[in-house]
Design a protein around this ligand. Structure first.
Ligand code: ZN
Length: 283
């Protein structure tokens, strides 16, 4: 499932093909993904200029000149394919249509953006830009981890008196936006906090140190995504997933990477999802 760095990478990949451009034609090939598409979606998008693409949590938001915003969520398996871009950045010809191409945007600059999603957990919606902050999917989301309002005093206050395990507290989107299973595991490892430790029992100075760690973990991944963007322009034009080196995630039984630590990475299940951690380094 794409997490914040993957979504940010998709946004950065789409921006040169979409920002400032008019959607010459929006084709909607089925009535729904995870939820029904908004009414008259094709008509409301066709002929409209995309002013900018931004990201909130794991959602890509395209603000249109018409005063509406297009929300895109990649779900579990959603992918964006760019083809036919005349700017010379994307050298791929339009591919033959595939079975799971659900929405296709033909931009007036010749670029085609295809949303392909075999499992259909993705979503799209359209709403007034002014009402974005109160949209049901966005209203209760906490601060952006790379934004200014996510700081030490905020996180200390947000986790104070919470009996929830640290892993769950950080996965809670009200605590911080867009953090998922992979990057929570990595951030807890780097800050040496045990994933099952109740939030209220973690010292304030350790929670404070978590803020720059979370930013670093995400920034490193976004940087890796940026490298993959440069590669993908020569490859198949597909956005959304990239190889990244993790310290603990997916490394059950492998040696801990902390110098001098002789433990192996352990896997436990919390709230139905795998947690990877070092039982020696994390307390
Ligand atoms: Zn260790």
């Amino acid at each position: 499932m794409p997490e914040l760095p993957e979504v940010e990478t998709v946004r950065r990949g789409l921006a040169p093909a979409m920002e400032g451009q008019i959607i010459a034609q929006a084709r909607v090939n089925r009535p729904d993904l995870r939820w029904p598409f908004p009414e008259h979606m094709s008509e409301r998008l066709t002929g409209k200029r995309v002013l900018r693409l931004r990201r909130r949590s794991k959602y890509i938001l395209g603000d249109l000149e018409s005063g509406e915003t297009l929300l895109i969520h990649l779900g579990m398996s959603g992918r964006m394919l760019i083809s036919g871009d005349p700017l010379g950045q994307f050298v791929h010809k339009h591919p033959a249509p595939e079975k799971h191409d659900h929405v296709v945007f033909d931009m007036d600059n010749g670029a085609r953006i295809t949303f392909n999603d075999p499992r259909r957990f993705g979503a799209m919606d359209l709403f007034e830009t002014e009402k974005a902050e109160t949209h049901p999917l966005l209203a209760s989301i906490g601060p952006e981890p790379l934004g200014n309002s996510f700081d030490e005093s905020y996180l200390v206050a947000a986790l104070a008196n919470r009996n929830t395990p640290m892993k769950s507290a950080l996965l809670d989107q009200k605590t911080v936006a867009g953090l998922g299973n992979i990057y929570v595991c990595e951030a807890l490892f780097r800050s040496k906090i045990h994933p099952t430790r109740p939030a209220r029992r973690v010292a304030k100075n350790r929670i404070s140190r978590l803020v720059p760690v979370i930013r670093d973990v995400l920034s490193d991944a976004i940087e890796a995504g940026g490298s993959s963007l440069r590669d993908f322009r020569q490859a198949d034009g597909e956005l959304g997933y990239f190889q990244h080196r993790f310290d603990v995630y997916g490394r059950e039984g492998d040696p801990c990477r902390t110098p001098g630590c002789t433990s192996t990475v352990r896997r436990i299940v919390q709230s139905g999802r795998s947690t990877f951690y070092c039982p020696t380094c994390q307390r």
